[in-house]
Design a protein. Structure first.
Length: 313
């Protein structure tokens, strides 16, 4: 660090990812991708870890050193949720509800990323975006385009039928106003009272607490898998669903992300996460993708129509 560079304590912007042991590799990739797209913005990189042992932490530090970045790890010991069924989700999914107790007060703008995201273009605009007093910025969940699917979910968690519901995989926080709102404190309190009520865990409770008090961001800032056909230039890709680019079940539409994960992870402690595969498997994925395009056309048009309509709202 030169004399012209600010100390880490004075940097007011940050990117944070939460992870348990099983997602450490992708989580580090998410942070690296953000760093690669920060431009001139000086931001701290935080990794909020849940149930990660000493070896896992060493692996993270070695990853950071290899890529010449600084990852600041923050430990979270979540409350006991024994007896509650998290199903597909890890307990780490509620870690972001505790960020207000762990992120330094010196931070003013915070970008939260799920571990299954990658920044693929500049994210600089997020750090100067006028949020109009809203504590959080987010992108509508792709399923908002399908009212029949969303109505039951919103009804179950106590949201109004006409309310918009955001995807929490990418969240932009105005950290300077967040303490005044108690958003995260209220969200974790209502979650802990009745965890079973919220199938999508922290995403559900954040939507309940924020109601309409959130800033709708352009879909390019959280290009969920269902939005890929309608977003020309994604800035942050979010690999929603069970098929991730680093897994054997990866989708052809995520082939560029697959290449990034392979390149980065093969030189890490998680080199076995993204293994190679025979050429015929790749060809099969490609043919399957193009073969299913006709069947997806109607669904894609429904999604496109919804996001066009909210832009004009």
């Amino acid at each position: 660090m030169t004399q012209d560079e600010p100390s880490m304590q004075s940097v007011s912007s940050a990117v944070i990812v939460c992870s348990d042991e099983r997602m450490l590799g992708p989580a580090c990739c998410a942070l690296l991708s953000a760093w690669n797209n920060l431009g001139s913005v000086k931001a701290r990189l935080f990794l909020l870890v849940v149930d990660v042992d000493a070896k896992g932490k060493r692996d993270v530090l070695e990853f950071a050193a290899r890529h010449q970045i600084t990852i600041e790890m923050i430990d979270l010991v979540p409350p006991s949720l024994e007896g509650h069924d998290f199903g597909y989700w890890s307990v780490a999914t509620i870690a972001r509800l505790y960020m207000d107790t762990l992120v330094p007060e010196t931070i003013s703008r915070l970008v939260y990323l799920d571990a299954d995201t990658l920044a693929v273009a500049s994210i600089v605009p997020l750090f100067s975006l006028d949020m109009g007093g809203h504590p959080v910025g987010a992108v509508d969940d792709c399923l908002m385009a399908f009212p029949d699917k969303m109505s039951e979910r919103k009804s179950r968690i106590g949201m109004a039928a006409e309310a918009r519901y955001f995807n929490a995989g990418v969240l932009l926080f105005d950290w300077s106003v967040l303490p005044e709102t108690n958003v995260l404190k209220e969200a974790r309190e209502i979650f802990l009272k009745d965890p079973e009520r919220y199938p999508f865990k922290d995403q559900d409770v954040l939507n309940v607490v924020l109601a309409e008090n959130w800033l709708a961001l352009d879909p390019r800032w959280n290009t969920q898998t269902g939005l890929v056909p309608i977003v020309a230039k994604p800035a942050i890709q979010h690999f929603t669903g069970s098929r991730k680019p680093w897994q054997s079940s990866w989708k052809w539409m995520h082939r560029d992300a697959r290449r990034f994960y392979r390149q980065v992870l093969l030189t890490s402690a998680w080199s076995d996460v993204c293994s190679s595969e025979p050429m015929f498997v790749r060809i099969g994925k490609m043919l399957s993708y193009f073969g299913s395009m006709v069947g997806r056309a109607r669904k894609t048009e429904v999604v496109r129509s919804y996001f066009r309509s909210i832009r004009g709202a």
